[in-house]
Design a protein. Structure first.
Length: 420
């Protein structure tokens, strides 16, 4: 611990880890109550909603928020910040038009009882884009305490409002609680940015010509990286959509609940590491590329030491833990963990260092990777239709894990050469 706290990089990771830990601790406690208030079908409805906003949210900024962190010049970073905010508005409007024009199609395949709740999707996608853009700005500034405060604001408000709406008995309380929580979080970040920059001028050094020039310069982020992230989000978050197409909504609810519970403790570390890694790795690549490979290995060893024992516990005692903590009706969700634990492991090992693809400008490769991942998932569900869900889930997880193993080996081979 002394060695870690003495290193500024690991000290920042511990700071974000502690903030994320507090932000996730309350949701874990509240989840005990939510599991007893809401039904499997209601969690299934939430899983579909979260899949849609998760898929839309990753492309909201067109990946220009990554450039905010990577830019060498402050003026360029500020321009990319506003470009990412503007992109989020445009994507939010497009998502509204798509939901309106294709309402009969989506209402048929999504399998949710009330389609009107999906009119909350466009504003949430816009909000997610703004949060990502402003978070990247404070990541660039190494303002980790402000990022922690934002995480706490979002992490605490969402489950609290879910609980309030559940006790009141509001229909689709899980979704409304998510929406209110995002509104509160983005309000915090906007207030923070305005209070710091209003006096010195919000639009200083900004111009349409600069925005168009930078948008073209970093077009690979908007084209290849955004499309790749869209497929990646579908592979990671869109599984409930596939499940509802082939299986009942309750099955999607069980999977979503199991995945949410297992991801809560893992996200404590991966989110903190991912944000710090993005900033530090960008600077290393520009100034000291020979340090990037050993730094990446140290990061992954830290993740493995935390995630592997945790997954072993869930693998062995999953049904008993879920039954004891959340009620007997969720024991089946605990059993599901055993069938996708391998995917969680290798995804957790790679996700925090995933920004290495953007640093190396491997957007085209990532597009191929994510398309392959989604297509393989769809093929497994098509070929496995009629089989018991847990076996289809296991096959999907093994193929997904293999994808991440190959990607991880390739990326590390690229950065290892700089040691020479």
């Amino acid at each position: 611990m002394e060695r870690w706290t003495g290193n500024p990089v690991f000290r920042n990771i511990l700071l974000l880890f502690s903030g994320t830990g507090i932000a996730q601790l309350i949701p874990v406690v509240i989840q005990l109550f939510l599991a007893r208030i809401y039904t499997k079908a209601e969690f299934g409805e939430l899983s579909v909603f979260m899949s849609v906003i998760g898929i839309g949210g990753v492309v909201a900024t067109l990946n220009y928020d990554y450039v905010v962190v990577m830019s060498r010049r402050q003026g360029e970073a500020r321009t990319m910040l506003f470009l990412s905010l503007l992109s989020s508005v445009v994507i939010g409007i497009i998502s509204f038009v798509v939901l309106f024009l294709f309402r009969p199609f989506f209402s048929g395949i999504l399998g949710v009882p009330d389609y009107n709740i999906f009119w909350l999707v466009p504003p949430v996608i816009l909000i997610m884009g703004w949060i990502n853009g402003l978070t990247s700005w404070y990541n660039r500034m190494r303002a980790y305490k402000k990022m922690v405060a934002g995480q706490l604001t979002q992490g605490l408000s969402i489950p609290v409002w879910k609980l309030i709406f559940g006790y009141i008995g509001i229909s689709s309380g899980l979704i409304w609680g998510t929406f209110i929580g995002y509104v509160i979080a983005v309000a915090y970040f906007v207030y923070l940015y305005l209070s710091e920059n209003l006096k010195c001028g919000l639009f200083r050094s900004l111009s349409w010509s600069k925005m168009k020039a930078f948008a073209w310069e970093y077009r690979d982020f908007a084209i290849y990286a955004s499309i790749g992230n869209l497929f990646n989000a579908f592979a990671l978050l869109g599984l409930p959509l596939l499940i509802t197409f082939f299986y009942p909504l309750e099955v999607a609810g069980l999977y979503f609940f199991a995945n949410s519970v297992i991801r809560l403790p893992i996200n404590l570390l991966s989110i903190a590491i991912g944000k710090v890694y993005k900033k530090e790795a960008s600077e290393m690549y520009q100034r000291r590329p020979y340090e990037l490979y050993p730094f990446t290995l140290r990061i992954q060893k830290m993740i493995l030491a935390f995630v592997f024992p945790l997954l072993i516990i869930f693998f062995v005692f999953g049904p008993q833990l879920f039954s004891f903590l959340f009620g007997v009706k969720w024991a089946e969700a605990g059993d599901m963990v055993r069938y996708f634990a391998i995917f969680v492991l290798f995804n957790a090992l790679y996700s925090p260092i995933s920004s290495i693809a953007d640093i190396l400008r491997r957007q085209k490769l990532m597009l191929f990777f994510n398309v392959s991942l989604v297509v393989s998932q769809i093929l497994v569900f098509l070929l496995g239709a009629g089989f018991e869900f847990k076996y289809v889930l296991l096959a999907t997880s093994v193929i997904g894990a293999l994808h991440y193993v190959l990607l991880d080996l390739y990326m590390k081979s690229r950065i290892k050469k700089y040691q020479a």
